[in-house]
Design a protein. Structure first.
Length: 477
């Protein structure tokens, strides 16, 4: 009986304010926590039924400002606020997007899709990156297919605007001031005496079926049965266990902050380098220090590999090639992360030193990262004086010599020609002590390891160009 009164009051008035809808959504979340998952399940199904009916009526009227269209929009707002407050999983958002955009795209459907992005985009982007990527792919595909056949100029302009909003959301350029209006409602949910400090997100409703697409499982509305509370998605078991394993690994590696753990999960749980870059970008964009932390985590993972892994180079290059300002910020943060590891390298083992050398060499050659070779000047050949650490006191005979030798040799092999080698090594001209050290590395460590001149003339040309660029400046002084 309560649901028959609550839901119609929340969404059936076409002139209702979104702030009032927000209050009803908060009330539904509270009842869900207090009375059990059956309440939240019933609310979700009832508002979905109202959405189905009113969207069908609005489509027949072909008017995005009609009473039915406005009620359908209120249903979307209500569902997105349930998701934003922590009651629904991200998979439900994807199901709603698929329902709204199925078939021919009308002005009513486009407006509802924009409403989903405005009211659910921020939480989906920051808390459910996998579902966010699925939504991006689906909406982009549907809109791109519909755009060429759209003869109505108004529809075409709305489709273009939807694509622009989608691109801005992906690149974290969207302003979510519309959601700031619900800060007081969100604060009430966190401090309400009735909830006694219980978090709505800890009682998230599991939705083990495709909402608006599949039949509701038998018994799902019964408390204690299929509507069991849990962090839900259609792949909940596999995804949750995988994330738990990765989070445990992050904690074991002393990544103490939640942001660094999330970045570790995004990086190490990816399918390939492109997927990793997308996942890392999503997590990093949700925090002010996210980009800097992402680069720290990338280096952290790279130096702990058993052998140099080009995966991290590809991820770093992809992130730094993003459009400005994100790409420039990643490039700057990669340099800072590299400097930090150079300062700590005197305490590394052989495996970590080799992995760091290979990664830095690759990033020096990468056009998007453009790591300067001059970062080697931050090495501490005397160890850490403050900590009484003499690990770097062996100079070129110790771990730092191994790092430099491997890095310089890898760099020479990666550079395209002698001109490129000359340009890269010219960065060391300003640092006399660094130049002398690199000359020692070139002559005493790298040269003896090169194949004979007859077998690798290009390698020798690059070595000579690098040495000539450094030695020439030394003689002039």
């Amino acid at each position: 009986m309560c649901m028959k009164v609550l839901l119609p009051a929340a969404v059936s008035d076409p002139n209702i304010s979104v702030l009032v809808v927000g209050c009803f959504a908060a009330l539904a979340c509270t009842c869900h926590v207090l009375f059990g998952p059956a309440f939240g399940a019933a609310a979700l199904l009832q508002v979905s039924d109202i959405l189905k009916d009113r969207l069908g009526e609005a489509e027949g009227q072909e008017d995005s400002t009609s009473a039915d269209a406005r009620v359908a929009k209120s249903c979307i707002v209500f569902q997105m606020l349930l998701f934003s407050f922590g009651l629904l999983p991200g998979s439900v958002v994807f199901d709603i997007v698929r329902f709204v955009l199925v078939g021919t795209l009308s002005e009513v459907k486009i407006e509802l899709a924009l409403t989903i992005l405005r009211f659910g985009g921020r939480s989906l982007r920051s808390e459910c990156p996998e579902d966010f990527r699925e939504v991006l792919k689906f909406v982009t595909s549907e809109v791109s297919e519909a755009a060429p056949g759209s003869e109505d100029s108004e529809i075409q302009s709305r489709l273009d605007f939807l694509l622009k909003e989608l691109a801005d959301l992906k690149n974290n350029k969207v302003s979510f001031t519309v959601m700031d209006r619900f800060n007081q409602t969100r604060g009430w949910l966190q401090t309400a005496p009735a909830l006694s400090g219980k978090k709505v997100s800890d009682h998230m409703l599991a939705v083990p079926f495709g909402l608006l697409h599949e039949e509701v499982p038998n018994g799902w509305l019964s408390e204690g049965s299929g509507a069991a509370v849990g962090m839900a998605s259609r792949k909940v078991g596999k995804v949750s266990s995988s994330k738990d394993h990765l989070r445990a690994a992050a904690i074991a590696q002393r990544l103490s902050s939640e942001l660094r753990q999330n970045l570790f999960i995004a990086l190490m749980g990816a399918e390939d380098a492109e997927d990793a870059a997308e996942r890392v970008l999503l997590v990093a964009s949700a925090a002010k220090t996210g980009i800097g932390e992402a680069c720290i985590v990338l280096f952290h993972c790279a130096v702990r590999e058993k052998a140099p892994n080009p995966f991290y180079t590809h991820v770093a290059s992809t992130l730094c090639s993003r459009p400005a300002p994100a790409g420039k910020r990643f490039s700057h943060s990669m340099k800072r992360a590299a400097v930090q590891h150079m300062q700590q390298a005197h305490g590394y083992g052989m495996r970590a030193a080799v992995c760091l050398a290979e990664l830095c060499a690759a990033l020096v050659v990468s056009s998007s990262v453009a790591l300067p070779l001059s970062i080697v000047r931050f090495m501490k050949f005397g160890g850490d004086a403050n900590a009484g650490d003499g690990a770097g006191a062996q100079g070129l005979n110790g771990i730092l010599g191994l790092l430099l030798r491997h890095m310089i040799e890898s760099l020479i092999r990666r550079l395209t020609d002698a001109a490129a080698a000359k340009e890269v090594f010219a960065q060391l001209k300003k640092y006399e002590d660094v130049r002398e050290g690199i000359l020692l590395v070139l002559d005493g460590m790298v040269r003896p390891r090169l194949p004979p001149l007859a077998k690798a003339p290009e390698l020798w040309e690059k070595l000579k160009a690098a040495r000539r660029e450094i030695a020439q400046q030394t003689r002039l002084e």
